[in-house]
Design a protein around this ligand. Structure first.
Ligand SMILES: *Cc1c(COP(=O)(O)O)cnc(C)c1O
Length: 473
């Protein structure tokens, strides 16, 4: 009698021959003639490899991540699910009639973002904060070109995010930097001193990158507008003010938001993001196209703006990010306001707890973040901010943003976000105090940190200059 194995091997069982795997229907010029040079690994091995890499990585799922400025705010996992719904899996070239739901979502998102910014018109197209800045600056440039004014300069405070001068420069402007005053705010006299008819705009972040609210913002707006200049608002970290005030009330003309910071898209690894740009009425016709419109009956992509700067990204931006932002806003509703309150409360709590142990160059009430300095530790114990950042990794904490903003020496920029519990904040305070004490009593331990991570201190210069990106057999 045949065994079941013999049986299955013959006509009784599955019989896969060349004949019944027929690929003749594929065009012969598309068939490969040589072996694929793919690594020969089992699926299990590959899966374990990536899991191991993921375990070596530090992520928000593991612990506190108070990055500062670029911190991811609240990213509910359910939004990933929503963005992946089958109905949203559409081709950007589909006819407006066949994607009414998606257009409606974008239209509604435009409306709520206009509501929170106070502005009059908006584009969802730019795909990052910096991209939004450049879009905004191009709008400003085209505006002045169109009204026949030759304005070549943009004023930027020395505390600004590095993308601000880069975006203005790439849009064809010259940069004029102004110093901050002793309160970490725009120095009004310094501003007046550089103001002339060549100035197209000022780019401001408010609260600025020190986490401090510009208390003279209305006066700044008045001075700029009197000079015929415009005001650009860097709204990357909008959770500082959301629902409490808005850039329009402060006198701004253009604002970008980072949906991938404030409105629930995770942004590790560089994307995807979305940096919508909202403008006041007189700049409406300059927005990139298409904008999403509604004629009372149908949603449609409107390409018909008189002075449009054109197209800054293919189609209409990163759609899945827009879905997540809209889901987040609907989920939060009026609680958007609470998110700001908690973000500001959490940051002030940490600031007050930590200031006995670290230098606090600008001892002002802060908004969503604050900036400490490691100068004391550096001078007294020879422990730098970089060493402190590395030591935090041994305390199951992602290091904060360091050495930024540039105007604070040995800067340690901390942003806890709205979503952390008090227990977590207290744990972080303890870790920071422990590091400050160790810097004093056992500096060697901090200097040689990290001790618990899979990889010790890497040679960052070597890694940047000679990146090893090859697959090794
Ligand atoms: C993150 C950030 C930006 C740039 O946003 P990207 O999406 O990274 O280009 C600009 N300004 C401020 C204040 C930021 O925090």
């Amino acid at each position: 009698m045949k065994t079941i194995f013999e049986k299955s091997n013959g006509t009784d069982g599955i019989n896969l021959t060349d004949e019944n795997i027929n690929i003749d229907f594929l065009p012969s010029d598309l068939l490969r003639n040589d072996e694929t040079k793919l690594p020969q690994l089992s699926e299990l091995d590959v899966m374990r490899h990536y899991k191991e890499l993921s375990d070596m990585n530090f992520c928000i799922e593991k612990g506190f991540y108070p990055l500062g400025s670029c911190t991811m705010k609240y990213n509910p996992k359910v939004n990933e699910f929503l963005a992946g719904l089958e109905g949203f899996n559409i081709h950007p070239n589909m006819d407006d009639n066949d994607v009414q739901g998606s257009l409606e979502l974008m239209y509604n998102l435009q409306k709520v973002l206009l509501e929170v910014t106070g502005m009059d018109a908006i584009t969802l197209q730019p795909s990052a904060g910096a991209h939004g800045e450049m879009t905004g600056m191009m709008i400003i440039k085209k505006y002045f070109d169109t009204i026949g004014e030759k304005r070549t300069k943009v004023i930027i405070p020395d505390s600004a995010h590095g993308t601000n001068p880069a975006s203005a420069k790439m849009s064809g402007f010259d940069i004029v930097e102004i110093k901050s005053n002793s309160k970490g705010q725009v120095d009004i006299e310094a501003l007046k001193a550089v103001l002339d008819k060549d100035v197209a705009a000022i780019m401001l972040t408010n609260p600025n990158t020190l986490g401090i609210f510009e208390e003279n913002v209305e006066q700044i707006s008045e001075i700029m507008h009197k000079n015929g200049s415009l005001l650009y608002y860097d709204g990357a970290n909008f959770n500082a003010i959301m629902g409490h005030t808005n850039p329009k009330l402060m006198g701004f003309d253009v604002v970008h938001l980072n949906l991938h910071k404030t409105f629930s898209t995770p942004h590790g690894g560089g994307g995807p993001g979305a940096g919508p740009v909202a403008v006041v009425d007189k700049l409406k016709e300059y927005l990139p196209v298409p904008v999403i419109d509604f004629d009372g009956n149908k949603y449609f992509r409107n390409y018909n703006l008189k002075n449009s700067i054109g197209n800054v990204k293919d189609f209409y931006g990163n759609f899945s990010v827009l879905v997540k932002a809209y889901a987040y806003i609907l989920m939060m509703g009026k609680n958007l306001k609470n998110a700001s309150e908690n973000a500001v409360l959490n940051a002030n709590y940490l600031k007050e707890k930590l200031k006995p142990y670290y230098d606090l160059p600008y001892d002002e009430p802060c908004m969503h973040e604050f900036v400490l300095s490691g100068e004391k530790q550096k001078h007294e114990n020879g422990v730098s901010t970089l060493n402190i950042a590395k030591a935090l990794m041994d305390g199951n904490t992602h290091p904060p943003t360091v050495y930024f903003p540039l105007i604070v020496h040995e800067a340690i920029m901390i942003e806890p976000t709205e979503s952390e519990q008090k227990e977590k904040l207290d744990e972080f305070v303890e870790t920071m105090i422990k590091i400050a004490n160790e810097a004093k009593n056992n500096p060697e331990k901090i200097l040689s940190a990290p001790h618990t991570t899979p990889v010790k201190k890497i040679d960052e210069v070597l890694a940047a200059r000679h990146p090893d990106l090859k697959y090794n057999n």
